[in-house]
Design a protein around this ligand. Structure first.
Ligand SMILES: Cc1ncc(COP(=O)(O)O)c(C=O)c1O
Length: 394
């Protein structure tokens, strides 16, 4: 375990039944921790033990601040008895629950300790020094970090003027690539491509480069309100070279329980599986299986977070800032000064926002917390945006 992860767990404290609805399970701040481990983002410090003890509003990682739903918590608690003394023979039930939810077979599902584990394994399975990873700039950093670690080459394709993944440039770069990481909605821009655009993109890449695998990351799927958007699962069922990943860390509020999965062709999943290192535990599996069936709770969470997101977007727009068309549980706003400067000013006022996402140096990512947290945070944003800048904007 790395130093930063160790200190995270120390900060979180010893887990017990009483902590099951706490920040420990929702693992607030973990995404930022994961990104910072090997990132060269200058001047960014995720919260340490001292900060965690302060009443700070942590909206620096894309989590669901409300935590797991009641059905998930009940299922988790039910396993914290003698059943927890057994090896996790009931874990396959989760693949069955996920398969049922999507109308696919359990062999089309590969469960991991977070979707991050499955994505990392896919990078290891399909990229190499001669088979590049194609990724976006900016996007979620982990796949490119994994590729660089195994000495695979990485082609970073800058997002377009609308902060959307550049389909034409990505298609061109995909020729001969091992894996295309296609984050839809994209973190940190929150932008999406429509079902029609994704289908055309996938079919174009497969026609030009049949040996390339395309990973459609749908971590933020549940938050999307754009009616032209749809899941890529039917594409993953049709084309063996396409996989979709999802996670329980976002709308399900279970980032600390570490559950995610891929959906795809059994042979493709079999190629990924040996590169996985995690071992799902019974508590997480039971909670996830309960949560995926609790569609009413998920819909309620989505609506609540969307309402709070729209209020946060208004704060920035009223201050004259451009805001990306976010279809996720975070926003990206042009704060008209280095994001680092904005972040540090917010932090001094007790609000911790997202890391830098080069090359969008003037854009700040703000994850959506609870409505109470965001009321306080929006007041802080207004004050910071109204204060004179210390650095000239670009
Ligand atoms: C786009 C995207 N994919 C995957 C993940 C990994 O999530 P997890 O490993 O918690 O499932 C994240 C985490 O923030 C993300 O932003």
């Amino acid at each position: 375990m790395s130093l930063s992860r160790r200190s995270f767990f120390r900060t979180a404290g010893a887990a017990g039944v009483g902590l099951l609805s706490s920040d420990f399970i929702s693992a607030r701040g973990r995404e930022a921790f994961a990104a910072i481990q090997s990132s060269a983002v200058a001047g960014y410090r995720p919260q340490g033990a001292a900060q965690a003890r302060r009443a700070i509003i942590k909206i620096s990682s894309n989590e669901n601040a409300y935590g797991p739903g009641p059905a998930a918590l009940d299922a988790a608690r039910s396993l914290l008895g003698p059943a927890a003394g057994r090896y996790p023979t009931n874990v396959p039930d989760l693949a069955a629950a996920i398969a049922k939810h999507f109308g696919v077979e359990p062999q089309n599902v590969l469960v991991g300790t977070g979707s991050g584990e499955v994505i990392e394994a896919a990078v290891m399975a399909f990229t190499s020094p001669t088979r590049p990873l194609v990724s976006a700039l900016p996007t979620w950093e982990s796949p490119a970090r994994t590729a660089r670690r195994i000495k695979a080459s990485v082609k970073d394709i800058r997002v377009d003027a609308d902060l959307k993944l550049d389909l034409a440039a990505t298609t061109a770069a995909a020729k001969g690539a091992g894996l295309v990481f296609f984050c839809n909605p994209n973190n940190p821009t929150g932008t999406v491509h429509s079902k029609a655009a994704v289908t055309k993109f996938v079919e174009g890449v497969l026609a030009a480069s049949p040996q390339t695998t395309i990973l459609l990351d749908e971590a933020y799927y549940d938050f999307v309100v754009d009616p032209s958007y749809a899941t890529g699962v039917p594409l993953a069922m049709k084309y063996p070279r396409v996989i979709v990943t999802r996670t329980f860390s976002k709308v399900h509020g279970m980032a600390g329980l570490r559950v995610g999965y891929a959906i795809g062709h059994p042979d493709t999943l079999k190629a990924i599986e040996p590169h996985k290192t995690g071992d799902l535990n019974v508590v997480s599996a039971a909670a996830a299986a309960a949560s995926i069936q609790d569609t009413a709770h998920v819909a309620k969470q989505r609506d609540q977070i969307r309402t709070t997101l729209e209020a946060t977007v208004r704060t920035f727009k009223e201050a004259g800032c451009r805001v990306s068309d976010s279809q996720a549980n975070f926003i990206l706003a042009d704060v008209k000064r280095p994001a680092k400067e904005f972040r540090e000013a917010c932090e001094k006022m007790g609000v911790m926002i997202g890391r830098d996402f080069p090359p969008l140096t003037n854009w700040a990512r703000i994850s959506i917390g609870t409505s109470d947290e965001m009321r306080v945070a929006n007041d802080v944003f207004k004050k910071v945006l109204a204060a004179p800048q210390t650095t000239a904007s670009r």
